[in-house]
Design a binder for this molecule. Structure first.
Ligand code: ADP
Ligand code: MG
Length: 144
């Protein structure tokens, strides 16, 4: 099933719900073109997670760390990743093993290296304000 959002606020609100449903140790991969709303959704997730800081995409570092209510949140944005070998240099695998949740934008850039049990979220750009958001079935079931 696809969830339709008609503006930025609805995507943020959906993120908040998702943030409340994620469990420690989980890894979420986000797919969708530039401007789809991945960061917007992640900002909502962070709020649902109890992160007080304002979440922006990590541009130079590729990884930002936030403290949630119960466990940390790692926001990984691979937009600027040029070479798959950088994945090793960044030590992303180590983040997967840490306590906390990892959220990965442009996850397709490390598709082969994603853990098997990764949760997937795909965002499709429909029109300026409209998006279709697809959640992997396990996550979707939790939101009900
Ligand atoms: P991405 O991280 O995928 O590149 P962003 O979240 O940074 O995307 O940007 C999404 C842009 O689209 C924002 O400027 C946001 O205000 C706008 N927007 C318009 N409608 C929506 C919607 N329904 N959901 C999410 N973002 C929307
Ligand atoms: Mg982004």
């Amino acid at each position: 099933m696809v969830i339709e959002t008609k503006n930025r606020g609805q995507t943020h609100k959906l993120g908040k719900k998702i943030g409340g449903a994620l469990k420690d140790g989980e890894i979420v991969a986000f797919y969708g073109p530039l401007g789809a709303g991945k960061t917007t959704l992640i900002q909502g997730i962070a709020e649902g997670f109890g992160v007080k800081d304002y979440v922006t995409s990590p541009t130079f570092t590729l990884i930002n760390e936030y403290q949630g209510k119960a466990f940390p949140l790692y926001h990984i944005d691979l937009y600027r990743l040029e070479d798959i070998n950088e994945i090793d240099d960044l030590g992303i695998d180590e983040y997967f093993l840490k306590d906390g949740v990892c959220l990965i934008e442009w996850a397709e850039k490390m598709e082969e290296s994603l853990p098997k049990d990764v949760i997937k979220i795909k965002i499709k750009y429909i029109s300026e304000d409209e998006r279709h958001i697809w959640l992997s079935s396990e996550l979707q079931a939790r939101l009900k």
